[in-house]
Design a protein around this ligand. Structure first.
Ligand code: TIU
Length: 219
Protein backbone atom coordinates (compact mmCIF):
# COMPACT_ATOMS: atom_id res chain seq x y z
CA UNK A 1 0.00 0.00 0.00
CA UNK A 2 1.05 3.59 -0.60
CA UNK A 3 -0.45 6.83 0.66
CA UNK A 4 -1.36 9.79 -1.51
CA UNK A 5 -1.60 13.21 0.06
CA UNK A 6 -5.12 14.30 -0.79
CA UNK A 7 -8.12 16.34 0.32
CA UNK A 8 -10.19 16.07 2.42
CA UNK A 9 -7.80 13.43 3.84
CA UNK A 10 -4.96 11.25 2.64
CA UNK A 11 -5.85 7.97 0.94
CA UNK A 12 -4.11 4.58 1.03
CA UNK A 13 -4.14 2.58 -2.18
CA UNK A 14 -2.46 -0.43 -3.70
CA UNK A 15 -0.87 0.52 -7.06
CA UNK A 16 -1.56 -3.02 -8.29
CA UNK A 17 -5.31 -2.55 -7.83
CA UNK A 18 -5.31 1.02 -9.12
CA UNK A 19 -5.97 2.29 -12.64
CA UNK A 20 -5.00 5.60 -14.18
CA UNK A 21 -8.02 6.79 -16.17
CA UNK A 22 -7.45 9.59 -18.69
CA UNK A 23 -10.73 11.01 -19.88
CA UNK A 24 -11.43 12.43 -23.34
CA UNK A 25 -8.10 14.16 -24.06
CA UNK A 26 -9.31 14.42 -27.66
CA UNK A 27 -8.54 17.05 -30.28
CA UNK A 28 -12.28 17.84 -30.49
CA UNK A 29 -12.18 19.23 -26.94
CA UNK A 30 -8.62 20.49 -26.58
CA UNK A 31 -7.87 22.09 -29.97
CA UNK A 32 -9.52 24.87 -31.98
CA UNK A 33 -11.94 23.81 -34.73
CA UNK A 34 -13.60 20.95 -32.84
CA UNK A 35 -16.63 20.37 -30.65
CA UNK A 36 -15.43 22.45 -27.69
CA UNK A 37 -14.85 25.55 -29.80
CA UNK A 38 -18.12 25.09 -31.73
CA UNK A 39 -19.91 25.22 -28.37
CA UNK A 40 -18.41 28.68 -27.88
CA UNK A 41 -15.48 27.81 -25.64
CA UNK A 42 -11.84 28.91 -25.49
CA UNK A 43 -10.11 25.56 -25.92
CA UNK A 44 -6.71 26.90 -24.85
CA UNK A 45 -7.85 26.69 -21.21
CA UNK A 46 -7.75 22.91 -21.44
CA UNK A 47 -4.10 22.77 -22.51
CA UNK A 48 -2.92 23.45 -18.93
CA UNK A 49 -3.77 19.85 -18.05
CA UNK A 50 -1.60 18.30 -20.77
CA UNK A 51 1.90 18.57 -19.26
CA UNK A 52 0.99 17.43 -15.72
CA UNK A 53 -0.94 14.51 -17.21
CA UNK A 54 2.08 13.59 -19.36
CA UNK A 55 4.20 13.36 -16.19
CA UNK A 56 1.60 11.22 -14.45
CA UNK A 57 1.18 8.98 -17.49
CA UNK A 58 4.94 8.48 -17.90
CA UNK A 59 5.39 7.47 -14.26
CA UNK A 60 2.32 5.21 -14.27
CA UNK A 61 3.73 3.44 -17.35
CA UNK A 62 7.12 3.07 -15.66
CA UNK A 63 5.46 1.52 -12.59
CA UNK A 64 3.39 -0.86 -14.73
CA UNK A 65 0.12 0.61 -13.51
CA UNK A 66 -3.06 -0.28 -15.40
CA UNK A 67 -3.91 2.61 -17.75
CA UNK A 68 -7.21 3.32 -19.48
CA UNK A 69 -8.10 6.05 -21.96
CA UNK A 70 -11.58 7.19 -22.93
CA UNK A 71 -12.99 9.01 -25.94
CA UNK A 72 -16.43 10.55 -26.29
CA UNK A 73 -17.92 10.02 -29.72
CA UNK A 74 -20.33 8.28 -32.00
CA UNK A 75 -20.66 5.82 -34.83
CA UNK A 76 -20.38 7.37 -38.30
CA UNK A 77 -24.13 6.84 -38.87
CA UNK A 78 -24.82 8.58 -35.50
CA UNK A 79 -27.22 5.76 -34.59
CA UNK A 80 -25.84 5.82 -31.01
CA UNK A 81 -26.33 9.57 -30.59
CA UNK A 82 -29.65 10.40 -28.93
CA UNK A 83 -31.57 13.09 -30.85
CA UNK A 84 -31.58 15.20 -27.67
CA UNK A 85 -27.77 15.21 -27.72
CA UNK A 86 -27.46 15.65 -31.48
CA UNK A 87 -29.46 18.85 -31.63
CA UNK A 88 -29.53 21.29 -28.74
CA UNK A 89 -31.37 24.57 -28.97
CA UNK A 90 -31.75 24.13 -32.72
CA UNK A 91 -27.99 23.72 -33.18
CA UNK A 92 -26.30 20.56 -34.43
CA UNK A 93 -22.54 20.09 -34.34
CA UNK A 94 -22.00 16.36 -33.84
CA UNK A 95 -21.39 14.68 -37.19
CA UNK A 96 -20.84 17.98 -39.02
CA UNK A 97 -17.62 18.65 -40.96
CA UNK A 98 -14.76 20.50 -39.28
CA UNK A 99 -11.07 21.06 -40.12
CA UNK A 100 -10.44 17.89 -38.03
CA UNK A 101 -13.08 15.75 -39.76
CA UNK A 102 -16.65 15.03 -38.68
CA UNK A 103 -17.15 16.28 -35.12
CA UNK A 104 -17.16 13.63 -32.37
CA UNK A 105 -17.33 10.79 -34.90
CA UNK A 106 -15.19 7.71 -34.31
CA UNK A 107 -12.34 7.32 -36.75
CA UNK A 108 -12.05 11.07 -37.43
CA UNK A 109 -8.94 13.08 -36.56
CA UNK A 110 -10.75 15.34 -34.11
CA UNK A 111 -12.20 12.40 -32.23
CA UNK A 112 -8.80 10.91 -31.52
CA UNK A 113 -6.53 11.54 -28.55
CA UNK A 114 -3.88 14.28 -28.73
CA UNK A 115 -0.41 12.99 -29.63
CA UNK A 116 1.10 14.09 -26.29
CA UNK A 117 -1.07 11.56 -24.42
CA UNK A 118 -1.56 8.95 -27.11
CA UNK A 119 -2.31 5.46 -25.76
CA UNK A 120 0.35 2.80 -26.01
CA UNK A 121 -0.31 -0.77 -27.13
CA UNK A 122 -2.02 -2.67 -24.30
CA UNK A 123 -3.73 0.39 -22.81
CA UNK A 124 -7.47 -0.06 -23.39
CA UNK A 125 -9.40 2.75 -25.05
CA UNK A 126 -13.05 3.05 -24.03
CA UNK A 127 -15.19 4.58 -26.76
CA UNK A 128 -18.23 6.03 -25.03
CA UNK A 129 -21.34 7.67 -26.48
CA UNK A 130 -22.09 9.65 -23.32
CA UNK A 131 -20.42 11.88 -20.80
CA UNK A 132 -19.94 9.11 -18.26
CA UNK A 133 -17.34 6.43 -19.02
CA UNK A 134 -19.52 3.62 -17.60
CA UNK A 135 -22.67 4.34 -19.59
CA UNK A 136 -23.01 1.91 -22.53
CA UNK A 137 -19.37 0.72 -22.28
CA UNK A 138 -17.48 -2.29 -20.91
CA UNK A 139 -15.35 -0.18 -18.54
CA UNK A 140 -16.81 -1.69 -15.35
CA UNK A 141 -16.20 -5.23 -16.63
CA UNK A 142 -12.60 -4.40 -17.61
CA UNK A 143 -11.91 -2.89 -14.18
CA UNK A 144 -13.47 -5.90 -12.43
CA UNK A 145 -11.43 -8.30 -14.57
CA UNK A 146 -8.24 -6.49 -13.51
CA UNK A 147 -9.19 -6.36 -9.82
CA UNK A 148 -9.19 -2.56 -9.83
CA UNK A 149 -10.46 -0.79 -6.72
CA UNK A 150 -9.01 2.73 -7.00
CA UNK A 151 -9.07 5.16 -9.91
CA UNK A 152 -6.63 8.02 -10.44
CA UNK A 153 -8.51 10.37 -12.73
CA UNK A 154 -7.26 12.94 -15.25
CA UNK A 155 -8.90 14.55 -18.27
CA UNK A 156 -11.49 16.97 -19.60
CA UNK A 157 -13.75 18.58 -18.88
CA UNK A 158 -13.83 18.50 -15.13
CA UNK A 159 -17.48 19.34 -14.57
CA UNK A 160 -18.83 17.29 -17.47
CA UNK A 161 -17.14 14.00 -18.41
CA UNK A 162 -14.78 13.80 -15.42
CA UNK A 163 -17.55 14.51 -12.88
CA UNK A 164 -20.02 12.15 -14.54
CA UNK A 165 -17.44 9.37 -14.66
CA UNK A 166 -16.31 9.85 -11.06
CA UNK A 167 -19.91 9.87 -9.83
CA UNK A 168 -20.63 6.69 -11.79
CA UNK A 169 -17.44 5.08 -10.45
CA UNK A 170 -18.21 6.06 -6.86
CA UNK A 171 -21.64 4.45 -7.11
CA UNK A 172 -19.97 1.26 -8.36
CA UNK A 173 -17.66 1.13 -5.35
CA UNK A 174 -14.42 2.59 -6.69
CA UNK A 175 -12.39 5.11 -4.71
CA UNK A 176 -11.55 7.97 -7.07
CA UNK A 177 -8.73 10.46 -6.76
CA UNK A 178 -8.99 13.42 -9.16
CA UNK A 179 -5.67 15.16 -9.87
CA UNK A 180 -6.50 18.87 -9.87
CA UNK A 181 -3.79 19.99 -12.30
CA UNK A 182 -4.50 17.08 -14.66
CA UNK A 183 -8.13 18.07 -15.20
CA UNK A 184 -9.43 21.23 -16.86
CA UNK A 185 -12.58 23.15 -17.63
CA UNK A 186 -13.52 25.85 -20.13
CA UNK A 187 -14.77 27.75 -17.06
CA UNK A 188 -12.23 28.55 -14.30
CA UNK A 189 -15.07 28.91 -11.81
CA UNK A 190 -16.38 25.44 -12.65
CA UNK A 191 -12.87 24.03 -12.21
CA UNK A 192 -12.65 25.49 -8.72
CA UNK A 193 -16.16 24.61 -7.61
CA UNK A 194 -16.11 21.25 -9.40
CA UNK A 195 -13.10 20.16 -7.35
CA UNK A 196 -14.74 21.43 -4.15
CA UNK A 197 -17.85 19.39 -4.89
CA UNK A 198 -15.94 16.11 -5.19
CA UNK A 199 -14.16 16.34 -1.85
CA UNK A 200 -16.89 18.08 0.21
CA UNK A 201 -18.74 16.30 2.99
CA UNK A 202 -15.80 14.02 3.82
CA UNK A 203 -15.05 12.93 0.20
CA UNK A 204 -18.69 12.59 -0.78
CA UNK A 205 -17.76 11.07 -4.15
CA UNK A 206 -13.98 11.27 -4.31
CA UNK A 207 -10.65 12.76 -3.28
CA UNK A 208 -8.69 15.63 -4.81
CA UNK A 209 -4.92 15.56 -5.12
CA UNK A 210 -2.39 16.66 -7.76
CA UNK A 211 0.34 15.35 -10.06
CA UNK A 212 3.19 16.00 -7.60
CA UNK A 213 1.41 14.11 -4.83
CA UNK A 214 0.69 11.21 -7.15
CA UNK A 215 4.32 11.04 -8.26
CA UNK A 216 5.51 11.22 -4.65
CA UNK A 217 3.11 8.41 -3.69
CA UNK A 218 4.08 5.92 -6.37
CA UNK A 219 7.73 7.02 -6.58
N1 TIU B 1 -18.62 20.41 -23.28
C1 TIU B 1 -17.92 19.93 -22.28
O1 TIU B 1 -17.51 20.64 -21.36
N2 TIU B 1 -17.57 18.61 -22.27
C2 TIU B 1 -18.05 17.62 -23.09
O2 TIU B 1 -18.95 17.82 -23.91
N3 TIU B 1 -17.46 16.39 -22.98
C3 TIU B 1 -16.46 16.08 -22.06
O3 TIU B 1 -16.35 16.69 -21.01
N4 TIU B 1 -15.58 15.14 -22.42
Amino acid sequence: MVTIKAEPFDLNFNPKTTALVIIDMQRDFVLPGGFGEKLGNDTSLLLAAVKPTQRVLAQARKQGMFIIHTREGHRPDLSDCPPAKLTRGGKTFIGKDSPMGRILVRGEKGHDIIHQLYPMKGEPIIDKPGKGSFHATDLHQILLDHGIKTLIVCGVTLEVCVHTTVREANDRGYECVVLSDCVASYFPEFQRVGLEMIKAQGAIFGWVSNADNFLAAIG
